[in-house]
Design a protein around this ligand. Sequence first.
Ligand code: AR6
Length: 169
Amino acid sequence: MIEILEADITTLAVDAIVNAANGALRGGGGVDGAIHRAAGPQLLTELKLFPGCPTGGAVRTMGYRLPAKYVIHAVGPVWYGGSKSEAPLLAKAYESSFARAQEAGDVKTIAFPAISTGVYRFPKDHAARIALTSMLAHEREYERIVACVFDEETAMIYHDMLEAMRRNR
Ligand code: AR6
């Protein structure tokens, strides 16, 4: 089941939340900053075991003080206008996140933010199509896939896009 929820992802009681990280994996602003603050300093300690992560990739850590058991740190692309493989790289970031969730072996519920649509400037409607395509492909493997959005405009985009995609399937 895919659920669109307007919420702070750090509050969600799901098995795994996905972070919109950067390749250095050392924290940052936006949702990344919120996740680090809520999880506590042990999150950064575990992330320091990783040298970094390429764009389109994802790594999994524990969730520490978060209600979620795991955090999957996905690295989306910066939007440069569309000619730098941004769309396939964003699709890859979602697929890598699902791969890390699958490997954990006990993830039945997972929540995603709208990766790359903040500081990285990926157009919201294009990003929503990519996110929902990946979520629809994995829908049957999970009890709950939450598209966690942070503003009403993005919530509307996701609702309209999901409805249109289900209609055209
Ligand atoms: N819960 C859910 N969604 C949120 C939250 C939250 N607490 N806070 C922000 N968002 P961004 P990016 C939404 O900028 O574009 C960081 O510094 C936000 O409204 O967090 O992938 C990293 O370290 C937007 O829709 O991530 C990287 O350097 C979405 O999350 C860089 O920013 C993503 O916005 C990544 O940029």
